[in-house]
Design a protein around this ligand. Structure first.
Ligand code: G3I
Ligand code: 9MR
Length: 576
């Protein structure tokens, strides 16, 4: 009965409006930031059409028109095999509740807040606290998700691949992801990205705080130190750094940290881990110099010993021993890690003679950063330190802007308005998108035009709901967030909602987790479109896991936006 009334109503509305039937409305489900570029997406209506004619944005409380325009033509996207209509609003909306209308038809609602970016930054940073190893996360700071301490890691065994025997202590650190391993390579890009916010925008991040255990440093550095302390313990006496610290196999999904009591091992030292470590600690030495000079000195010394080891062992590649089944983070191309460590060492005072052999690595095509390819981070560091790199900043800016142009053009021309395309949909595609947003912000800051900033905002909007799934990819954020991440604490605890603040992996066609076993999933790739190949199931480690490097990308993007808005001199201007 109700159904037929609804159909009659829907039909008469459709006849009265210029839109044939309600198109699918997709928007940021958290808050948009006030006075910032805002975009939303309209997919096909059930009848297959797209909206045409005029749209208006109404202030819901005051019934006042705040913006208006015409629907552009739908645009295709190679990741979707379909089209959609993207609407851009001018960066003039204040805080409030709004609705998008076409004629008399309400297409959807959205909210704008003066603190949207800061709020998201805090919740995404809190996720690192939730993933702390070797400590109780208390209700005071973790709310409903508080849990007992697990993995003290005070008696870690050296795996035979190290060529050493015995045990040593390697406590603290963040769990890498939905598993309880701790991996240096992935900690590298994660800590670098967070340290970069602290270094480049200390005025903002020295004062932005959120509830975590107290200490004398700003919250961002306190959280970072939890993992930096662990990383320091992974350096052997000869300066080399163990690749990872894990059990031999992944433990059960149903175990909380304290229930996973299997032996933990460090596996062989590698050049990739040692170079990533060096890059992080050169940077940490600068960041901590003014806050805790003794720690800063310690970081510099650790970085120097790591650098020396990497020179003596230029290509010790990770080989997964046959009895070890946990994450590999294997990387055979080390020129990007070498460049990054060299750049950070150069900033800390290494002279011209040292730098000369690395200059040729600057002027090369670059993509956004990933755990495997950190070259973009070196480019960000070079353009951020013109006083050190002089003429090399020209080549670095050129490569930065070259990639940013490609990304901004995609954002301006494809359905859903995001900068990612089908070839970038790999395991962790949501973080590819977030890292693209970070690259766009660096480009905007270093000579780019406003289209780069608009594209970065669209990337964030995509992650928060303006995507084909109408889901927020950040747990606990938005009206319809991912609810079943592949995250052991979220699966094993008794709380209905998952631990909040985590960016889940995102769609791709790999299908590594598809199959008949109990922890494998339905085949979510039926459409053949990578942007549609995601499933909100806890089994889906290939599309729905969480990871510290992915959260760092989210934090880097939203933190970059916070910094741009709040930096001295009001550097945030879309009309530039
Ligand atoms: O490098 C090749 C590239 O040459 C090729 O063109 C491309 C085609 O698919 O594949 C590339 O390799 C991929 C690799 O990541 C590098 O991007 C693999 O297919 C892909 O399976 C691999 O996925 C990694 C996954 O572990 C499996 O090893 C993810 O990047 C990585 O984020 C993920 O990390 C896991 C840890 O191992 C364990 N902890 C959880 C964490 C998150 O899921
Ligand atoms: O849970 C594991 C996840 O953290 C990893 O990213 C993923 C890929 O290395 O592997 C998951 O573990 C699965 C294993 O690889 C295959 N059997 C099912 C496991 C999930 O319980």
């Amino acid at each position: 009965m109700l159904g037929s009334v609804f159909i009659l109503f829907a039909t008469s509305t459709a006849l009265a409006a210029p839109v044939p039937a309600m198109p699918a409305y997709r928007a940021n489900q958290a808050n948009y930031q006030a006075f910032s570029p805002i975009h939303m997406v309209l997919g096909r209506s059930p009848a297959g059409g797209f909206p045409q004619g005029a749209w208006t944005v109404m202030d819901s409380a005051r019934g006042k028109i705040m913006a208006k325009g015409s629907f552009p033509a739908p645009r295709g996207w190679n990741a979707l095999h379909d089209s959609a209509v993207v609407i851009d609003l001018p960066p003039s909306l204040p805080a409030g509740s709004f609705r998008l209308e076409a004629g008399k038809t309400k297409l959807g609602t959205f909210r704008v807040s003066a603190t949207a970016d800061r709020d998201l930054f805090r919740i995404a940073m809190k996720a690192f606290y939730h993933n702390r190893s070797a400590t109780t996360t208390t209700p005071e700071f973790a709310g409903r998700w508080g849990r007992p301490a697990g993995h003290p890691d005070t008696l870690v065994r050296r795996h035979p691949s190290t060529g050493q025997a015995g045990t040593f202590s390697s406590p603290k650190g963040w769990y890498d992801a939905g598993d309880y391993g701790k991996y240096i390579v992935n900690s590298g890009i994660t800590c670098w990205t967070l340290l970069d916010l602290a270094e480049s925008h200390s005025a903002v991040f020295d004062t932005l705080s959120w509830p975590i255990p107290p200490g004398k440093e700003p919250a961002l550095l306190r959280e970072l130190r939890w993992n930096l302390d662990w990383m320091l313990s992974m350096q052997d006496r000869d300066g080399g750094v163990y690749h990872k610290l894990t059990t031999l196999r992944f433990n059960a999904m149903t175990e909380l940290p304290h229930q996973d009591v299997g032996d933990r091992f460090v596996v062989m030292k590698t050049t990739a881990a040692t170079l990533d470590f060096a890059a992080v600690f050169y940077k940490a030495a600068r960041v901590f110099a003014a806050k805790d000079s003794a720690y800063g000195v310690l970081c510099q010394a650790a970085a120097e010993r790591a650098w020396a080891w990497s020179v003596a062992h230029p290509s010790t590649i990770y080989h997964q021993p046959t009895d070890v089944r946990t994450g590999k983070y294997e990387d055979t191309v080390l020129s990007d890690e070498r460049l990054l460590a060299a750049v950070e060492r150069r900033i800390n005072g290494a002279g011209d003679d040292f730098w000369l052999p690395f200059r040729r690595l600057v002027d090369q095509p670059r993509k956004e950063a990933s755990w495997q390819d950190v070259g973009a981070l070196a480019i960000y560091a070079i353009v951020g330190h013109p006083e050190v790199f002089g003429a090399d900043t020209v080549a670095a800016s050129f490569r930065l802007l070259e990639r940013a142009r490609i990304l901004a053009d995609r954002a301006a021309s494809t359905a859903y308005g995001a900068s990612i395309d089908s070839t970038d949909f790999v395991w962790g595609s949501n973080a590819v998108l977030a890292n693209q947003g970070i690259l766009l912000l660096h480009a905007f800051r270093h000579g780019g035009d406003s289209s780069y900033l608009v594209a970065a905002r669209r990337d964030l909007g995509y992650l928060l709901g303006a995507n084909p799934f109408d889901s927020s990819f950040v747990t606990g954020v938005g009206a319809r967030p991912a609810r079943h991440p592949h995250h052991r604490p979220s699966v094993a605890d008794t709380v209905l909602s998952p631990v909040p603040g985590f960016l889940v992996g995102g769609g791709h066609l790999g299908g590594q987790d598809v199959g008949p076993n109990s922890w494998q999933c339905r085949d979510y790739r039926a459409s053949g479109a990578p942007a549609l190949s995601w499933t909100d199931q806890a089994c889906s480690y290939a599309t729905n896991e969480v990871a510290i490097n992915w959260n760092a990308a989210l934090v880097g993007l939203v933190g970059g936006l916070v910094a741009l808005r709040e930096c001295a001199g009001g550097c945030y201007s879309v009309t530039r």
